[in-house]
Each structure stands twice: as structure tokens, then as C-alpha cells.
Design a protein around this ligand. Sequence first.
Ligand code: 9WN
Length: 441
Amino acid sequence: MRETTGAPDDARTDLVTEARAVLDENWLGRWTRPSPRLYPHQWSWDAGFVAMGYAWVDERRAEEEVRSLFRGQWADGLVPHIVFAEEGDYFPGPDFWRAERAAGAPVRPRTSGIVQPPVHATAVLRLARRRRHGGRARAFLDEVFPRLAAWHAYLHRERVRHEDGLAEIWHPWESGMDNSPLWDGPLGRLPTGRTPAYERADLRHADPSERPTQAEYDRYVDLVALFRDLGYDPARIREATPFAVQDVLFNSILVQADLDLAAIAREIGADPGPFEAWARTTARGIERKLWNEGLGIYLDHDVRADHPIPVRTAAAYAPLFPGVPSSARARAMAEDLVLRMAVEVDGGWAVPSFGLDEPGFLPTNYWRGPIWFNVNWLLYQGLRRYGFDTHAADLRRGLVGLVRRSGFHEHYDPTDGAGHGARRFAWTAALLLDLLLDGEP
Ligand code: 9WN
């Protein structure tokens, strides 16, 4: 194996061993919790990222991770953002969601009633391509293909309201970037004073200064209560939700997942046509509706207000991941990313969730500044796909450097590289494995 991180081989071996130990600590027999205390259940996009890491070191666990998540799938194809364990100190838990009362939701396992970005087809294809045993890989693809197809059909049927092919998120949690400054505008318009009484569990397990504010949490809870009262019926929610956003990150991940689902279809002799058509339509929507020439980035679109959300976050560069921009535009975006967003880390760089010069930047508060591994991994894949190998190598060096210096955290302070949020965080470990074992750009 070639050394690419600037550290001796045994240092890298130590990191691989430690990453596997983090995954082992969070593995609960059939699936992986994101971290020991703060997140005791299975989360949707976490499961996808975790499966990508297991794909390198434990294929059976990778399969079981995906299988467990899809046990929570609803009859209409929705893959819930949380599949609940029998127990766990987390709010809102299953008794608040009461999702099992909705038509088509499973009674067991209990689940939430909203979604997260659809990284799953991408995870499954990456797993299939790493498999050493062709026969078993094929059996797994046959097993999950109908599940993935139903999931994508749900997104393109229920979440795409317009001709533009762009999927909507109806809750900040659906973006995976809960308190991103992207949502300040749309959330600010929500009525206040209606929140049912509740007690936050996250503040028992995390530093409150690193978590969303009470006002933000109230809005999250309000939206859940609204969706619950609407019986989680997508047609009714589409009409009633005060929060509806066409999000750059979500749609970029969807385009890649559609392309990957088409590849899975080809592997098993099914028709890739519908998935390719979805990918084309959504990619065109990103290009036509979300590109902002003035800022030189892609912007989320606030559906209710019908205007772009002019906020530059790391996610603004996500269309690099599925290869949506032309190579000329991608080149300009990559330079802009380095100049405007990147922070230096250990001879490389990494991308904070929100720019250091932006008003409201907070270095250790969740999605308002810290560096997150998964978004950086997506950007890294984008840089590689366009052949921007020097940038990709520098980003990889920065990410590995963060973990080597500070351990496997949920997120990192871009001003000094210190780790914050949950410790022993599963997707940081899983995606570090992918970075280390996938070789250099
Ligand atoms: C709400 C599990 C999840 C991640 C999200 C991250 C955080 C949950 C929370 O943790 O969200 O879904 O309780 O804050 O923002 O991306 O999937 O790791």
C-alpha cells in the first residue's frame, strides 16, 4: 500500500485499527449507532456512510447495516431518518412521533416519519464493487434493489412538486444539517408559541453550546407535531408544511444515488432507464434553478417564499459530487472552495460547514461552522471525479490530519482542529477508513 498521508505506515495502520475499534464500540449486533451516548438509535444517512466504511473491512456488517435500516421502510417507500432501538435516551423518541399509527408505517421497528439524504444506493454500489465474492454480492443486490427502487420512487413521486425535478425537504433534520444558517430564513417564518411541552435529551449528553438553541428545537418539534397531526400523509404535508426547501446537498446526493441505482439495475439485468431519467431531470433542475451566477455557487430554494436562500455553506459545492457542473464551472468552483472556504490543517485543508468570515459563524456549534467529515468526503469525491487530484489529495491530508490530531469526533473546530460534539463518532471512523483504504487520488 502506498503511503500518502505523510506519516509512517505503522501510524496509518494504527488509525485503521482505531477506526475499526470505533465502529466495533457502536455496533449493536445488527446496526451501528452514530455514537455511544447522544445517538442511541439507527440514523438513515449515518447507516449509508457507515456501510461504506464496513465495505472495506466487514462486508457482512455492511449488508446488515443496510438491511436493518430498510426494516424500517414504509409501504410507500419512505426510508425514515431514524429507526428506533427498543430503548434509548433521545428526544423526540417513538412515543412522540407515533409514526406506527400512520398508514403504511411498520409497527416494529418503530421509526420517525421524515427522511434524510438518500446515500444508500451509493453505499450499496460501493459495497458491491468491493466484494470479493461475486455470488454473494449479486444476491445482496437482488435483495435490496426493490427496496432502493421504492425509496427513490417515493422521493421522486412525493417530494418533487414541480416540473423542475427537484426534491423538497420539509424539516431541517431532513437535510442532515440541522441548524445550518440555511434554515434561519424559512424557520424564522414559522409561528411560535404552539410547541407542546417536551424535554430535550441531547442536553444531557452534549455541551449545550455545541447544540441547536431552544428556539430552533421548538421549531423542529413544532414541525414534527404538525406532520404527526397530518397522519404523515405526504399529500397533506405538501400542502400544509410551512417549511419546504429544494436543498442543494439533498438533491446532489439524490442525483448520484439515482445514477448508482441505475448501475445496480444494470448489474442485475433490470432496466436502468427510469433511474437515469430521474438523475437527468434532477441534475437539470439543479443546474437551471439552483445555480447562482452572481455568487458562483448553487443556492437552496425556499419553496414557500419562492426565492433562493443566499447563504454560502459547504453544501453549496455539493453538485461537484454527482458531476453536475461543466468542467469549466467545476474548476472555478474548486478554486473558489479553496480560496473562500477551506482552512489549513496539517499540510492540507478541510472545509468548514459555514465560512469563517460569515456573520454568525460559530466554530464549535454544530452546523454553523464546524468541519464535518461526511460533507468533506462528498466534496473529496467530487474533486476526484473531475480529476482535481492535487486539491483532492490536500483535502484528504487535512481530513486524516484532523483525526490523527484530535480523534474520531462528530465535528471539528476549523480554527484550531480540536474535536467537538459526540466522541467516537461512527461515520467519521467509517469515512476515514474509506479515505485511507481507497488509495490516493
Ligand atoms: C437529528 C445522527 C444525526 C445525523 C445528523 C445530525 C444529528 C439529529 C440530532 O445527528 O441530527 O436527526 O439529534 O441532532 O445533524 O446529520 O444524522 O448522527
